[in-house]
Design a protein around this ligand. Sequence first.
Ligand code: NAD
Length: 476
Amino acid sequence: MKITVAKGDGIGPEVMDAVLDIFVAAKVPLDYDLVAMGKQVALAGDVTGISPEARRSVESTGILFKGPMETPKGGGYKSVNVTARKLWGTFANKRVFRTLPDVPTAVRARNLHLTMVRENIEDTYGAVEHMQTHDVAQCRRFITRPGSEQVHRYTFEMAARKGARRVTCAHKANIMKLTDGLFLEAFYDVAKDYPQIQADDVIVDALAMRLVLAPEDFDVVVLPNLQGDILTDLAAGLVGGLAYAPSANIGDGICIFEAVHGTAPDIVGQDLANPTALLLSGTMMLRHLGLVEHAATIEGALDVTLRALHRRPDLAQPIPPLRTGRFVDTMVEALRGSRPPAPQAVERPFVPRREPVMRVTEPVPTTALVGVDVFLESSLAPAPLAEQLKALGGPLALTMISNRGTQVWPTGSPHTDCINHYRVRFEAPREVPQQALTELLARAAAAFPLCGAEWLRVIGGRRAYSLAQGQADAAA
Ligand code: NAD
């Protein structure tokens, strides 16, 4: 079996070399296609940071085992890690948090074995961003029904396989009723197919607190992308830090295995890089490939190694920092004499694809256009702005103006500070053709600098747009 390996940037080559040495000692029957990905490829002019050879290799082996890759902050090329996850459709990011023997943790020692699945493609991680005015930046957040169903189904399937009794969906659907609301709705729709597993949900801020107070209350947790990013780092803190947190990026075809941590620029080349997280990502990969016994043998040796490395001759002394070289030597020693297990069948054979798959959920309910939210730049106060806008609506009535999401017209408070960027809502009492909306936009564009527009829809008889903070629900 051949897999693709990219060592990455910073401590990437140090931890990857360590893990591959350990795989040799454990007689793992894999061949490695070493490819270039990361900072050097991006700086050489390929903004994806993925060389053509890397792309060809991953799309033929179906498995990428990678070290961390550097992302410049604020500007520069986009994250190679995120590009790889999205490009190759790895919709679920599975992270396992297990208390490891003698690894020091900030919270009191406990026996934690928590699995978190983070949606891996959508959410604000699309990074679809625009400056709407000099003062206003916007990031569009896409949550889709097919994308949510895919990650939820993977989570329930995985939970069923590992015999989990409970799956919890974390979200912020109390505030973002449509986006997080869709993620949650899809969760309970999928849960109906797994009656043997208890399905419940938790608001993400409460989850943050409960993970610190009583993490053992949770078994499997599934979250949207950004919330998952933050909460999985919190969970890493519970088991000793990023150096102990592995991850698997799961797709229908290609899968990517990597540690949760980054390139650790502060410790590069000092023999201080801890390979545990990448090693555990590697054992997740071995299990995925059916090499279950190899994975178990390595994890057994890891327990022995961590005990040995964290042993203190004198309890008053602090634990010495973990050295990469000593870690590998201890692992190799622990693996010495272990018998090579027989390889087992590959769980999911990989079939290379020729075309992207279009995902649409059926049946599609009826959709009616009933208005438009226009985003425009103006330094007028809300009342005079409304006077100018009323004439522009034609068959649509001006029903609401909001600023930063808070209604400022027809009612509002003088204590609501405004930015010179408004959302103005025009609504019709019944369905209107799209042309009525584009004509309204043309009239508005003649009077104001426009920043964008969103159609207002009723889908399946339900209003498919949010109310402004403070706006009365006319349908209620
Ligand atoms: P980081 O994870 O690289 O480092 C955070 C802290 O943890 C540092 O003090 C570091 O020394 C320590 N640390 C991390 N891994 C360790 C290990 N294996 N052994 C010992 N100590 C370890 O996070 P950062 O500093 O915020 O990011 C550095 C770079 O890595 C950035 O360019 C970032 O974009 C990138 N990054 C990449 C990935 C990825 O490849 N998937 C993930 C996170 C960050």
